[in-house]
Write a protein that binds this ligand. Structure first.
Ligand SMILES: Nc1ncnc2c1ncn2[C@@H]1O[C@H](COP(=O)(O)OP(=O)(O)OP(=O)(O)O)[C@@H](O)[C@H]1O
Ligand SMILES: [Mg+2]
Length: 299
């Protein structure tokens, strides 16, 4: 509350109390002189309070409005400012994200340094590196799951709502195939069957399979099939950015080729982590970030 409104509130309360005391004193005098009965005095007092209380309340509401307006204004200004959690700030136009002089890792273990790259809209970016080097850690940092050790990551506004993730560990719910694909969203059967074919899951691309349960007491899925379900789910969610952590690993050649083509045809931006990718395939990405390079290693 501002100084001005506090003072106004103080004076209104003070004048209310003084006028009540004066009115009560005069009333008591009238009662003593026998000019007014006690009942009359109470009625008169209540009637005057009915008149003055709303005036006091109005002045308080006016004060509250005066003090909350600047807060509302400041809040609306904050919403237009870039989010700055985990050193995430808004990227330049057309930039989906940019790592600037980033050091990544955990409290007790720095993993990567000098991470500098920019991803523009609709680019396909491949990140490779040996096991344990910090590839998944890079995604975890981007997704704000762990803090950035050093540096800045710029992200597109509303980044949080724009990406779909195909994680290294698949999340399959003990529910129907339909639920695992849609997560409860209403999507036409024909669309579901079409996406199942796209991710090389033809054997499940049948109407009767959609309402079958997955998991222990239903359809059993291999690791590769689980990953394909995750990819189908991410595609159906129609996000602009796909983060794929080892989408091709563990797949046979035919499946791997099909998923690779699907990722390349994806209209949005893709950041994909893989252990290794064939030379011919790797040249088709817009950028290749090889974390095995010396420049990224922490001494
Ligand atoms: N929560 C954690 N706290 C501390 N260290 C962790 C944590 N999670 C992972 N690590 C360590 O960080 C290192 C990098 O892990 P990360 O999962 O990023 O590797 P990766 O490059 O994705 O490996 P892979 O190819 O095997 O998936 C590993 O040595 C791992 O043990
Ligand atoms: Mg990993």
């Amino acid at each position: 509350m501002s100084y001005r409104s506090s003072t106004a509130s103080f004076y209104s309360q003070l004048s209310y109390s003084i006028s009540s005391i004066i009115a009560l004193s005069i009333g008591v005098l009238f009662v003593v002189n026998g000019q007014v009965s006690v009942g009359g005095l109470i009625s008169l007092f209540l009637a005057s309070d009915r008149l003055t209380s709303p005036i006091i309340t109005i002045s308080q509401i006016f004060n509250q409005l005066n003090t909350t307006t600047p807060l509302i204004k400041e809040n609306s200004m904050l919403n237009t400012k870039p989010a700055s959690i985990n050193n995430l700030t808004v990227a330049k136009q057309n930039e989906v994200l940019a790592f600037k002089d980033c050091q990544l890792g955990y409290q007790d273990q720095a993993l990567l340094r000098n991470v500098n790259f920019t991803v523009n809209s609709a680019e396909k970016v491949l990140i490779v590196g040996r096991s344990g080097i910090g590839k998944s850690t890079l995604f975890k940092t981007l997704l704000n799951e762990i803090p950035l050790v050093n540096g800045v990551i710029n992200v597109e506004s509303n980044f949080g709502q724009k990406f779909g993730v195909v994680g290294q560990e698949s999340y399959i719910f003990s529910d129907t195939l339909r639920f695992n694909l849609t997560l409860g969203q209403k999507i036409a059967d024909a669309t579901l069957l079409e996406v199942l074919k796209k991710v090389d899951l033809e054997k499940f691309a049948k109407l009767e399979a959609l309402d079958q349960k997955l998991g222990k007491n239903g359809l059993n899925l291999s690791g590769g099939e689980q990953r394909k379900i995750e990819l189908a789910r991410a595609l159906l969610a129609k996000k602009e950015i796909l983060l794929v952590d080892e989408g091709l690993s563990g797949l046979d050649e035919k499946s791997s080729k099909k998923i690779f083509d699907l990722i390349m045809e994806f209209p949005g931006t893709v950041l994909e982590i893989e252990h290794v990718v064939g030379k011919e395939q790797s040249t088709q990405y817009n950028q290749l970030i090889d974390l095995n390079q010396k420049q990224y290693q922490v001494e």
